[in-house]
Design a protein around this ligand. Structure first.
Ligand SMILES: [Zn+2]
Length: 367
């Protein structure tokens, strides 16, 4: 996409076709929020961006509202990041391909008809953040309300560039799709909760509320179903994810290491898989322990023991690579132990010998 560097006005770039697609119902949701408010409003866009040399197609599926803990005035908006992050993780469970692709906010309350300096700096930072996956970041700015309608502009920020581009109305396709994004009802429900300022919710609250919603749209969820902190929300999300990992691991252990047993860490209540293998007269043990449910990051830890003595410890990501890591760790440890035995030493002797242990670490890739 060097063309962007030669001609920074993307909207006039003939050879690069840029289009944004979004459902009219999303504009309606934004409209409802903005018209009823006298402070800045906003949300995080989720969707997909496809691009090649000639085309950039941005599909906005939905947005996460700014959350119950957002700080707002007529001149600023700080979203409730903890809420947005937690809700995003729930959405990802159902739609792993969805991405955060941009954001919207409003200036209807202060009359500024364009992005502020702070907005621009923030978005340049966002698109260039190493955790931000896409090359593009789409921004919608609501500039005014007129009766029951709103005026808005779309802007595009591009990774690696300090310029940004305002898109022409013809590049924005607001239409009525055949079917709405399948998680849209969940996002709408979440926004309703935020507006009621009842605090963050958990998955079971959403499920309960959905039920109430089906039966009677005016019905409010029971207070007892509410949780009081973002931490509880994270724990609920972790619990759901850990259940998924444990069921995948259970299948894998049954197939590959059927003699592995499950134990529980008495202190953290975390589940542990323990596998023991005799290597001649010695015992090699692998302990694979899940993180506790209130962990910030979901890493598991693997400990290898040789005759009950810790040999190596390592954190591993709970993703599809974990089985390969467990397999390689076990194989390397076994190989190193058998090699030592063949050479006429016992492994304990290696441990006492600093040089040998170092060599083991290099070859065995245990650390
Ligand atoms: Zn702004």
């Amino acid at each position: 996409m060097n063309k962007f560097n030669q001609n920074h006005d993307v909207s006039n770039e003939q050879s690069v076709l840029i289009s944004i697609e979004l459902a009219e119902s999303l504009i309606d949701r934004i409209k409802k929020t903005v018209i009823a408010s006298d402070v800045e409003e906003g949300g995080k866009f989720l969707g997909r961006i496809n691009y090649d040399e000639n085309k950039v197609l941005i599909k906005i599926n939905t947005f996460i509202d700014s959350g119950p803990g957002a700080s707002k005035s007529s001149t600023h908006l700080h979203p409730d990041g903890e809420y947005q992050e937690a809700l995003y993780r729930v959405i990802e469970l159902f739609d792993p391909d969805i991405e955060h692709i941009g954001t919207w906010h409003s200036h209807h309350c202060n009359g500024l008809p364009h992005l502020s300096g702070g907005d621009i700096r923030g978005y340049i930072e966002s698109v260039n953040d190493c955790n931000y996956n896409s090359k593009y970041f789409i921004v919608m700015l609501v500039v005014a309300t007129r009766g029951s309608t709103i005026d808005y502009h779309f802007y595009l920020f591009v990774k690696g560039l300090r310029e940004y581009y305002q898109l022409k109305p013809g590049q924005v396709d607001v239409h009525t799709p055949v079917s709405q994004y399948f998680l849209e009802p969940l996002l709408q429900l979440a926004e309703r909760f935020s507006k009621l300022k009842q605090g963050p919710m958990n998955i079971s609250t959403i499920a309960t509320a959905s039920k109430h919603n089906e039966n009677n749209p005016n019905n409010q969820p029971h207070k007892t179903n509410r949780v009081n902190s973002g931490q509880e929300l994270i724990e609920n999300v972790n619990k759901t994810q850990l259940q998924k990992f444990r069921s995948e691991d259970s299948k894998w252990f049954k197939e590959h290491l059927p003699r592995a047993k499950t134990l529980q860490n008495q202190k953290t209540q975390s589940v542990i898989w323990q596998y023991e293998k005799n290597v001649n007269d010695d015992v090699l043990t692998l302990r694979y322990e899940y993180p506790p449910e209130n962990a910030d990051c979901l890493y598991a830890s693997i400990t290898l023991l040789f005759n009950g003595q810790p040999l190596a410890n390592r954190k591993i990501s709970l993703d599809e690579t974990r089985f390969g890591v467990i397999h390689d760790l076990l194989r390397d440890a076994e190989e190193s132990i058998s090699k030592s035995i063949k050479q006429g030493d016992t492994y304990q002797q290696h441990e006492e010998n600093g040089d040998e242990l170092k060599r083991y670490n290099q070859h065995g890739k245990l650390y």
